[in-house]
Design a protein around this ligand. Structure first.
Ligand code: UD1
Ligand code: UDP
Length: 382
């Protein structure tokens, strides 16, 4: 069976790696004629070394079979060029299924190209909703889910969201809660990150003169269009981080989009208490997350990683698709107001509790389940 996997943006390299590893494990165990042939398409949505190749190298992802070199652009243009180039590859490769991840423009372009050619689409991370249609990601999720045949949901809430839109298991749709593939990844890589990453030493993030080398910093990430492209929101968040940075270092690995906007609005020189750094590798990121006093973020993936690593999280948004992290008390929606953010940071130590045995994001075997379901429905039916 031939599977085409489509990736393009940073979090998709991490998600796809978990499933690719499960495909490789499956292939090692089964007869030659039952093996899955995975063809990897990289749209080129992300292309800087630190947003792209570093993940292929560190996670030993196979080199893409096709690199479409689409690059940046407006939503319509970027998605349109992807659509045209993906279609050409799908016509040539004729896969039995196309697998797409998450909610980026690469996800939607992949799903739409395949659906128009009557190739079944498998959506990993199906059913997520923020119920905010001004987010480009919400449009991508909605459309991708409605185009998909296989809907691999990370949580029960995601299954319920789909049901509300009339998408349910049966009658040609396969809707399954399999758990979160990013949880599989973190289980696999977090020990390695602790051992291999020296980022805390490199950035000197310890309490001065502490004999045991106690980590002492907050970690922040920021890249959502709604926060970066509105100068008022961007400045308000940076003001809050700068305020926190007066007493405790705040490390902010900068997404290129955010860097560009901070430069455009001449904000770097205004916020001297923030430790701006380049984007980091996945292992360095896991190490930074695990040892932070708290994480402040607008990233979807980072909210979940904070929860799994048992680090308090403050989400710099008004809503989140990852409602389970909020219900657990581990994550708080703080918006972008300076006062609220600074106040909530002072409460984070109190929130260091974790609901033990919580399997809300699955059991760490989501990727394996995805491969099994695809095999059951596609290989065994031919
Ligand atoms: C995209 C996804 C978002 C996801 C994020 C993960 C969409 C609509 N958004 O947002 O859901 O959370 O990826 O990180 O698909 N740029 C570079 N170098 C790069 C990549 C981007 O300089 O390697 C700059 C360009 O100026 C570009 C801007 O960042 O215009 C935005 O990049 P884009 O891929 O359009 O969206 P992201 O904000 O990265
Ligand atoms: N990440 C990383 N280096 C960074 C920032 C993030 O490796 O400098 C990882 C992070 O650990 C998570 C994923 O990238 O696994 C999240 O991607 P991002 O925040 O770009 O996108 P989102 O999850 O919001 O779509």
């Amino acid at each position: 069976m031939k599977v085409v996997t489509i990736v393009g943006a940073r979090p998709q390299f991490i998600k796809a790696e978990a499933v690719t590893r499960a495909v490789q494990r499956y292939n090692q165990r089964c007869r030659f004629n039952r093996r899955l042939q995975e063809i990897l398409i990289h749209t080129g949505q992300h292309y800087d070394y630190l947003m792209d190749k570093i993940f292929f190298e560190e996670l030993a992802l196979p080199k893409p079979n096709y690199h479409l070199g689409v690059g940046s652009g407006s939503h319509g243009r970027q998605t349109g060029i992807m659509l045209e180039r993906i279609e050409a590859v799908l016509v040539k490769e004729k896969p039995e299924v196309v697998v797409v991840y998450g909610d980026t423009n690469s996800t939607l372009a992949g799903a739409l190209s395949a659906a128009k050619l009557n190739i079944p689409v498998a959506h990993v991370e199906a059913g997520l909703r923020s119920f905010n249609r001004t987010m480009p990601e919400e449009i991508n999720r909605l459309l991708t889910d409605h185009l998909s045949t296989f809907l691999f949901c990370p949580t029960d809430q995601a299954v319920r969201n789909l049901l509300r839109e009339g998408i349910k298991d049966g009658k040609g749709k396969i809707v399954k809660k399999v758990g979160d593939v990013m949880y599989d990844s973190i289980l696999y890589y977090s020990k390695l990150a602790e051992k291999k990453s020296s980022i805390l030493e490199d950035l000197n993030l310890f309490t001065p003169n502490s004999a045991l080398g106690t980590p002492n910093y907050y970690l922040a990430t920021l890249h959502r269009a709604e926060n970066t492209d509105d100068p008022k929101r961007l400045e308000s968040i940076l003001k809050a981080l700068n305020e926190i940075g007066r007493n405790t270092p705040v490390v902010l690995p900068l997404h290129p989009r955010t860097k560009k906007m901070i430069e455009t609005y001449h904000l770097f020189s205004k916020f001297k208490n923030i430790k701006f750094i380049e984007p980091v590798s996945y292992l360095n990121m896991l190490k930074l997350e695990k040892n932070a006093k708290a994480i402040l973020t607008d990233s979807g993936g980072v909210q979940k990683e904070a929860y799994w690593l048992k680090v308090p999280c403050l989400t710099l948004r008004e809503e989140t698709e990852w409602v389970e992290t909020i219900k657990s008390g581990w994550n708080v929606l703080v918006g972008i107001g300076v006062k609220r953010i600074v106040k909530e940071v002072s409460h984070t130590e109190k929130r260091r509790r974790y609901l033990k045995g919580n399997r809300v994001f699955g059991d760490g075997k989501a990727s394996q389940k995805i491969v099994q379901i695809l095999i059951r429905h596609l290989v065994h039916s031919v």
